[in-house]
Ligand binder design. Structure first.
Ligand code: CUK
Ligand code: CUA
Length: 863
């Protein structure tokens, strides 16, 4: 009852909204103490999100070697989630429950589990080149794979393994209407998956680009409709899809036109020397719309590992593949929002090159080629295709665009800078230092056809001295930059302590519409109803030989069943359905010592399978702190050896309660339940009278509360029946279960009431707000509880209880002793056995408190 009373009291104080009232002087004091400049405070003001405030943009970051995706908000840079993708992630049960194991199993390579990934480039589904935000793709550089993440629940639903290449880098880039997800190889290798000596490098080793077909209807990549294009062993690198005027084309650069193969161990110059010998490498230009047609005729492709690979020859013949020289060891390739220009950065060049697609297309149409490469691919003249080159600084890598026409931001790895420049006029406009050695950078929706700009995020590879030292392995540093003004402004450093995130994509939060709960019984990995969905009353154990299936439910705060008996070496599957409909009421499930865990969000059905190979008694429990009685949410798995004879232990004789004592306890819990029910009654009355139904969020809470309440009848009947049968012990236990439901109802109901009062109350004036602070800081609430008589009188209506109320109250607070002899005050002192003390309030504070009291009176009806 205690906690409930406290809850009721806190409703009494519901006018106590959080208020921060730093005066100017306080701010300056803190700035001095913390050595903050005005610039710092401005940066804080631009990024800080007060409690409850939502971010404008959501950023999806690759998790590097963690094989995961990191989700955070801009401008706050608060981290929201790590999505398990290529790597098991226990919180989400990813890789521990059967449903997600099936997803990870899709990522096996030739039957081998690959439980890590090197994620590099996340990208959204697109429509007309703009971000849609219903799916996210991400590639694994180490083990050439692409994963699909459903943004309805931020869960990974599919992994596809590239059938022909051994490593990749240029994925996952999306064509303007999500027709294909592009994945380009990195290190050339034989496509036939057999041994070939390095001497056969030019003859047999190949690169490739795979065009994964995305099927929108199923939300999955259709492996059968996907195909690849064979490419020379030039070490293909990053890619981007054309759009607008370059729609249908895609671009992939490379860094080994030398076809150098190294041999440091044989005394030959290393790879790095041989591969940066030529002044230029090749930008690959290919048309996926033509390739799509070629893939329909078997004379154009070879089959490797059941996968169509269009030959270089066929692509060249059809006019679908060209090369253009690009500056030494290029890295990033980014198509401008209108699709007209292609910007290529060079790791070993101080320039970026801006290619003009119009010029490229003219040369292609005129069949004006400068030469052919050794594989017969037409090479266009570099100069004739360039719009121009701009000297930006050392190590330009990646580019991202602004909403302003022609404005682009490029990262400089060696110089540790972000440069703002104009790709049309080829002028450098501004630069800012970052810390340190930036790889990718991203402006908001900056790689879409409609960039928003506003902020840039610098993905710095090294953080060196920026954070507290935490050992030799340093976090990466994601820096938020304000790009609205004429000068770029550094706002925030976010240490990323999970792998080396190569790239991020950002999207307006308003474009995402994730579900709050699942439809009851959903298998989240398929989006379909789980065949083992278990509703209340359907809980059961099914045994078929050594296979035992347990259909379990979870709801605050019990798992059903609470005892499971199996025999040693049984093959056990537990299907768990979370029956909750309330937002954020997730239950987790683990069995001690058995290495199983699942997360069941409201409505989800998940399952685990294991061999019960160890005899014993194993507690299982809910792993999310889901309610006050979360610790009680557990049960026992008994694993018994069928080949063993067990001797039963002697029963201990415990003292039992006398019938009178039981009756007393029974009456006590009855009274408690009655009192609790009355509180609920008053809350429900309040909610109904004040029209809670008009407020959807509050209505949701009331529905949840009543859902708990509706469970009482059945339990109460059991209690009554037990009492009738003179089984007092059971009657008492069932009454306690009634109390559980009552408390849960009251808990949610009071939360709903609190929120409703906030909706209905009039806004506080600044004076009243200050007054509340003075009231709380002065400790007035120690004796006065609003809406209640406690150790002092209720201050509601106090202003009205006196003639010239404001004047009297002012004088009374200022100098209470002056009034001690007044009849009214004397009576109060007698009644409460307390005197109102002098709190030494300033006049201004007293005035503010009076304003606060007026506001209380105005809203008294809501109490
Ligand atoms: S790559 Cu890492 S900095 Cu994989 Cu996109 Cu350029
Ligand atoms: Cu359910 Cu803790």
């Amino acid at each position: 009852m205690r906690s409930l009373k406290r809850a009721v009291l806190s409703i009494g104080c519901l006018f106590a909204f959080a208020v921060s009232a730093f005066g100017q002087s306080d701010l300056q004091k803190i700035m001095q103490e913390r050595k903050l400049t005005e610039q710092d405070v401005l940066a804080a003001a631009k990024t800080y999100q007060p409690s409850g405030r939502k971010d404008e943009f959501i950023v999806f970051s690759s998790g590097g070697q963690s094989g995961q995706v990191i989700v955070y908000g801009v401008p706050s840079m608060r981290i929201y989630k790590y999505i398990g993708v290529f790597t098991p992630e226990p919180w989400q049960g990813y890789g521990f429950d059967n449903e997600s194991k099936a997803v990870l199993a899709e990522g096996r390579i030739h039957g081998k589990d690959i439980t890590w990934g090197d994620t590099h480039h996340p990208n959204f589904t697109e429509k007309n080149g703009e971000y849609v935000g219903d799916y996210l793709f991400i590639n694994d550089k180490a083990n050439p794979r692409v994963a699909v993440i459903n943004l309805k629940d931020f869960e990974t639903t599919q992994i596809v393994v590239n059938p022909i290449i051994k490593s990749e880098h240029g994925g996952s880039f999306v064509t303007p209407n999500t027709e294909y997800v592009i994945e380009a190889s990195q290190y050339a290798a034989p496509l036939d998956d057999l041994w070939h000596p390095i001497e056969e490098y030019e003859a047999v080793y190949r690169g490739a680009v795979t065009l994964w077909k995305f099927d929108y209807a199923s939300g999955r990549i259709d492996v059968n409709k996907s195909f690849s294009l064979e490419l020379p062993p030039y070490m293909q690198d990053l890619s981007d899809a054309g759009k607008g005027i370059s729609m249908g084309w895609a671009f992939t650069n490379s860094f080994n036109s030398e076809m150098y193969t190294g041999g440091i161990e044989k005394g030959l110059p290393p790879m790095e020397a041989g591969m940066s010998r030529n002044d230029t490498d090749y930008l690959h230009i290919y048309n996926w719309q033509i390739l799509e047609k070629l893939a329909k005729d078997s004379k154009n492709y070879k089959i490797y590992n059941n996968h169509k690979v269009i030959t270089i020859e066929a692509a060249v013949k059809a006019g679908a593949l060209f090369l253009i020289p690009e500056s030494k060891s290029p890295h990033g390739v980014d198509v401008t929002p209108d699709g007209r220009y292609i910007i290529v950065g060079g790791k070993l060049d101080t320039h970026v090159s801006v290619y003009d697609f119009k010029k490229i297309k003219e040369l292609i149409d005129k069949k004006e080629f400068a030469s052919k490469d050794p594989y017969g691919i037409p090479v266009l003249d570099m100069k004739k295709t360039l719009h121009g080159q701009v000297e930006l600084g050392l190590g330009p890598l990646h580019s991202s665009f602004d909403s302003k026409d022609g404005i682009v931001y490029t990262s400089l790895y060696v110089d540790s800078q972000v440069v703002r420049w104009d790709y049309k006029s080829l002028k450098v406009l501004d630069r800012i230092n970052v810390h340190y050695n930036i790889g990718h950078l991203d402006t908001m929706e900056g790689k879409s056809a409609k960039p928003i700009g506003k902020y840039a995020i610098a993905l710095d590879k090294l953080s060196i001295d920026r954070f507290n030292p935490i050992g030799p392995l340093h976090p990466q540093n994601h820096q938020l930059i304000d790009i609205n003004g004429a000068k770029m402004d550094l706002l925030y450093d976010l240490p990323i302590g999970l792998g080396e995130p190569h790239d991020v994509v950002s999207i307006q939060a308003s474009k995402l519409s994730p579900a709050v709960t699942y439809k009851m019984g959903t298998n989240s990995r398929t989006g379909k109803q789980h065949p083992a969905m278990t509703l209340a009353g359907q809980e059961r154990v099914e045994r078929d030989g050594k296979n035992v299936k347990i259909y379990m439910t979870a709801v605050r705060s019990h798992l059903n069943p609470e005892h499971i008996e199996v025999q040693k070496d049984d093959n056990v599957t537990i299907y768990l359905t979370n029956l909750e409909r309330a937002q954020d009421e997730t239950h987790g499930f683990a069995i001690d010592n058995y290495n199983v865990h699942m997360s069941a969000e409201p409505g989800k059905t998940a399952s685990i399978t294991f061999i019960a190979d160890r005899e014993g008694v194993f507690p299982y429990y809910c792993t999310e702190f889901c309610s006050a009685l979360h610790l009680e949410m557990f049960g026992y798995l008994y694993v018994k050896d069928p080949n063993k004879k067990y001797e039963s232990a002697k029963k201990m004789q415990l003292q039992t309660l006398s019938p009178q004592a039981l009756e007393t306890e029974y009456q006590k819990i009855l009274a408690t339940n009655k009192a609790t029910d009355e509180v609920i009654g008053s809350v429900v009355k309040f909610l109904t009278e004040k029209g809670y139904e008009k407020y959807p969020k509050i209505k949701e809470q009331v529905v949840d509360a009543l859902d708990q309440y509706s469970k009482i009848k059945e339990v109460k009947d059991k209690a009554d029946a037990a009492y009738k049968a003179k089984d007092l012990n059971s009657a008492i236990l069932w009454e306690y279960q009634v109390w559980q439901y009552l408390v849960k109802t009251a808990d949610v109901g009071l939360r709903a009431k609190n929120n409703l009062v906030r909706e209905l109350s009039t806004p506080m004036s600044p004076a009243a707000t200050r007054g509340e602070v003075a009231y709380l800081e002065g400790g007035c609430n120690g004796c006065h509880v609003i809406g209640q008589v406690s150790s002092g009188p209720d201050i509601t209506g106090a202003l009205l209880r006196h003639e010239k109320g404001e004047e009297w109250i002012f004088s009374f607070i200022k100098d209470p002793a002056k009034h001690y002899e007044e009849e009214y005050v004397k009576a109060l002192i007698n009644y409460f056995n307390l005197r109102m003390p002098n709190q030494n309030m300033k006049d201004s504070e007293i005035k503010d408190i009076i304003e606060y009291m007026k506001w209380i009176d105005e809203n008294a009806g809501l109490n």
